[in-house]
Design a binder for this molecule. Structure first.
Ligand SMILES: [Cu+2]
Length: 168
């Protein structure tokens, strides 16, 4: 927070200078904007701000030539990429789960027995596993990793969670 305050003052000083000195070339202006960008980057990094769903990219899958909706999902500490995937109901889905962590095992759990979506797949560090299923019921379903080392928070608590959206 102290860093941000200093940054803000710095930016303000820069803008005042520019206005006082209208001859200044655009380089100075660009540098001011760079400072603003750095401040925002620092703020986001240090505050742990996470963007809401509005900014989350959705991978929308369509059936390929074989009629299968395929995606590769990278598992890392502690996230799925992509974390939001949209599939069409009633058609086969194939996910290649790639654990890119160096040492940490991850898993992929979907626990929605009411709609027949149940997966619990372990993927060791550096390994990959392919899963296939058909989602019959439209809706939005959470998947997550429940790995946990000793007394540390679980991966899910660290944010390792994603959403499967099933389109009608
Ligand atoms: Cu995990």
């Amino acid at each position: 927070m102290v860093i941000l305050n200093e940054g803000n003052q710095l930016v303000s000083a820069g803008i005042v200078n520019e206005w006082a000195n209208t001859d200044k070339d655009s380089l100075m202006r660009n540098q001011s904007w760079l400072v603003v960008v750095y401040c925002w980057a620092a703020l986001i990094c240090f505050s742990g701000v996470s963007f809401g769903d509005e900014n989350e990219e959705v991978l929308v899958l369509e059936p390929d030539a074989e009629g299968i909706q395929r995606a590769s999902i990278v598992l890392d500490s502690y996230a799925y990429a992509p974390a939001h995937i949209s599939v069409q109901a009633g058609l086969p889905v194939e996910f290649r789960l790639e654990n890119q962590s160096f040492l940490t095992p991850h898993n992929f759990i979907m626990d929605h027995p009411d709609v027949g979506l149940q997966q619990n797949v372990n993927v060791d560090a550096g390994d990959h596993v392919t899963i296939r299923f058909i989602a019959e019921t439209p809706g939005t379903y959470i998947f997550y990793c429940d790995k946990q080392l000793l007394f540390f928070p679980s991966h899910r608590e660290e944010g390792m969670e994603g959403r499967l959206e099933v389109r009608p």
